[in-house]
Design a protein. Structure first.
Length: 163
């Protein structure tokens, strides 16, 4: 949800900046910049949240490893045969591998999400650049049309006799 909010803020920011530039409205341009800063802050928050998720996963891994160690100690105290110790070690390795797989899958999912976000941002930036170019072209055409109308008015004014 924060991603789409950041995307919306970025699009609003780009639009306001373009409009401010076209209209010469510095306040509107600044609003656009603020929207983009808000989008940057949202992206930074998402990045920090992902980092916190990774750190939580690492803490979970450490806690699980401690739990496994405690279980190993308890079983070793109850039964000290080589068969039990071999089973404990096998279970510990199996659990570590499972946790490592889960961590790797989580990290891969975060990376896919980051890449998707970056691709969306890049697409938005390209779309904003195209829109800006179209608006600039439209503004240039309007300026030419206004100049032509002004020249026509001056010509008509010069051609009209003063009464």
């Amino acid at each position: 949800m924060a991603e789409s909010g950041g995307l919306v803020e970025r699009l609003k920011g780009k639009a306001k900046q373009v409009a401010g530039s076209v209209l010469g409205d510095q306040r509107l341009r600044r609003e656009g910049q603020l929207h983009e800063q808000k989008a940057d802050a949202a992206e930074e928050a998402a990045r920090l949240e992902a980092q916190a998720d990774q750190e939580r996963a690492a803490a979970d891994l450490a806690a699980r490893e401690r739990e496994i160690t405690i279980e190993e100690q308890r079983l070793a105290a109850e039964v000290s045969t080589e068969v039990c110790e071999a089973r404990i070690e096998r279970d510990r390795r199996s659990e570590e591998q499972r946790v490592e797989r889960e961590h790797a899958e989580h990290a891969a999912a975060l990376e896919r999400e980051r890449r998707a976000r970056e691709a969306a941002i890049a697409a938005d930036e390209r779309r904003a650049a195209r829109e800006r170019a179209a608006k600039m072209s439209e503004a240039t055409a309007l300026e030419r049309e206004a100049n032509h109308a002004r020249q026509t008015a001056e010509t008509l004014d010069d051609a009209t006799p003063d009464v």
